[in-house]
Write a protein that binds this ligand. Sequence first.
Ligand SMILES: NC(=O)c1ccc[n+]([C@@H]2O[C@H](COP(=O)([O-])OP(=O)(O)OC[C@H]3O[C@@H](n4cnc5c(N)ncnc54)[C@H](OP(=O)(O)O)[C@@H]3O)[C@@H](O)[C@H]2O)c1
Length: 301
Amino acid sequence: METDERIGFIGLGIMGRPMARNLRKAGYRLTVWNRSRPGIDALVAEGAQEAASPRAVAEQSSVVITILGDSPDTERVALGEDGIIAGAHDGLLHIDMSTISPAVTRAIAERYAAAGIEMLDAPVSGGEQGAIDGTLSIMAGGKREVFNRCRPLFEAMGKTLVYCGPIGSGQVMKLCNQVVVGLNNLAMSEALVLAARAGVDPATMIEAVRAGAGSSWALHNLAPRILAGDFKPGFKVWQQQKDLRLALELAREGYTPLPGTALVHQLFAALEAEGLGGEGTQALVKALEKLANTSISRGAS
Ligand SMILES: NC(=O)c1ccc[n+]([C@@H]2O[C@H](COP(=O)([O-])OP(=O)(O)OC[C@H]3O[C@@H](n4cnc5c(N)ncnc54)[C@H](OP(=O)(O)O)[C@@H]3O)[C@@H](O)[C@H]2O)c1
């Protein structure tokens, strides 16, 4: 893809804003739309053009990128009255980088096919910092030749680009990622509770275990925050719940049992019932502390 390609960007939130910024830095011309003003103002101040609707973005672009909240949001922006589909023209491509349902992704792609629009699903992993640094992992589904055409564009936003298969495969891959993330969090939390109740220092447990086969991102990054009493969000409980719900829905469609994922989903639900949905996902340990009548920070009781 040459930098004379006209890029449209929709969804200028925590992730979208820095991703759009990195495309600008790489030399792409950008037309943007966001539901509310702050995202638009930030990008327009940096040289992007504003459009009046997703339809107008599509009309002025050869590639439209979206990174929105959940499946209904992407559906609305893609297929709504003033949506991307209403701005269909020859050669238009929509890349959805949100984390949404693979089934909804395929349904949108089908409607697009009838209107002559190509689609890739390309959800990301790496969080806000990865978006700012341009080091996201991008998992893409769709036609391989379309993915290849988009490589330079992805390289402006990410470091690891994985072609996953036909449309929807990127979302499936992202949900696999979230299953691993959720269960590693549970394993780390259980180990902390066990260490505290069995009378060993949780900090020493972290040091010993993360050096070996039990190592995980959660043990390296989340466990020290728990010991410091830091439950500020990198990734919020309600955001992880959305992804686990999507994974469980996907599993149900194919009669795939995911008992561990279901358990993590229920434990997070207990936190949400307590009003803790806005805390970081390391708060999972609080549900286990309750079950075990213990507190990691004040030691086992
Ligand atoms: N945050 C992370 O660490 C992370 C990491 C990997 C993947 N993701 C995924 O990336 C996506 C975006 O996450 P985020 O953290 O950037 O969320 P966010 O900050 O809440 O941004 C969401 C964006 O979507 C827009 N939006 C939501 N619903 C809409 C609708 N119905 N119509 C039009 N626009 C709508 C919002 O507009 P307004 O500005 O008007 O609200 C905003 O621009 C999600 O699917 C998330 O799961 C997030």
